[in-house]
Design a protein around this ligand. Sequence first.
Ligand code: EPZ
Length: 432
Amino acid sequence: MDRIRLVGGNQLRGEIPISGAKNAALPLMIASLLTQEPLVLENVPRLADVNQLEKILENHGVDIAVHGRRPGTPGSRFDGQRMTLQAADIVDTTAPYELVSTMRASFWVIGPLLARAHEARVSLPGGCAIGTRPVDFFLYGLKQLGAEIDIDDGYVVARAPKGGLIGGLVHLPKVSVGATHTIMMAATLARGTTVIENAAMEPEIDNVAHCLVAMGASISGIGTRTLTIEGVPSLHGATIEVIPDRIEAGTFAMAAAMTGGDVLLRHARPEHLQSALDVLGQAGATIASEAGGIRVKRNGNGLQSVDVEVDTFPGFATDLQAQFMALMTMANGVSHIRETIFENRFMHVAELARFGADIRVEGQVATVTGVPALKGAQVMATDLRASVSLVIAGLAARGETVVNRIYHLDRGFERLEDKLSRCGAEIERVTG
Ligand code: EPZ
């Protein structure tokens, strides 16, 4: 099994190109189910989750062509791939357990399948390492659009009324990224008007909403908590660019703050991660927006502890919580980090302790008392963002660190070791 070996202590200096966002690319790919015409996506990252979703969509009848560009090709604005997806016919409305169980976002196909093919049979995604992650909001929302829903043998079986889904009012009890994507996509082809209240307003939702509009959908309120969708009879093809990955950008910003040095995060958009940048500023980083991205360096006063409460966008992202905790392990003072989105997202704590970090967890709050130095260790992680927090700790720790089970990293970080080593980190992938 592949591992990452790194030796800490080097400052990061140079430029890191930020890839297309995983969490935008996945729902954009799913949106291809809504039309028989080609959907062209620019700047798609090369990630294991993208490859897995290709398999799932191909099973429904989507033809997918990927035109790779070599990373770093001169003259190209982005390094990402161009992907053309065409669902001329939906040949199968079942998303089987073997495919859905490995990636929760694949459950989201239920919305477009129901809207276009008027039926869907999609395996329940099951629990996952960071929490139970139920699907009750999805089922409620689809029922509000007239769907009949049964649970049969671990599958959600959904049927639209004769003639297709009907617009309705969906008030989400809690902000949910996945439920917002799914209901929004389903509503584009429903008869009449759908209003989604308490909708997620993450930048990835905007990216998908703009894609749907380019495909002929009528959506107002994009970027707000209330989305209004007027259903149309059909959608057509479009070309859309995947936004830069704000979580990747925030991760490298924290790595730069942790090691010192000076890094330009190329393509990163400050408005997509402003609250994380504000926190980093308080913690001792200097952040500057430049035409080509965001520059991060230390302000010269050392790392200071900061309290953080995770929130939905525009708040501090749960997907940056583990990385920020790694940074706080070496800050002056005591930091309190409250996780509010997922009930079990502190599994990196035990692994960070292997570096000598001082962290205590009570309920949803982690109390981190900074230590003067970390020591390299053998570590293992249980989810994507937790894994990368261990890489960040290893970059600053004295001596050698080995991160095991790195398939988690490959799900969501493109060429991680390559990007870091180009900035001076001593890091390599060890195969076998
Ligand atoms: C998305 O997950 C992201 N995944 C997650 O990123 C991210 O952590 C999360 O949003 C929050 O920002 C993708 O975009 C592919 P939610 P999602 O529905 O949509 C509860 C990563 O590392 N809930 O917004 O699954 C749920 O349990 C991943 O890239 C219900 O109770 O998250 C959670 O407490 C991990 N019932 C809260 O809502 C439901 O039916 C928010 O979850 C749905 C959700």
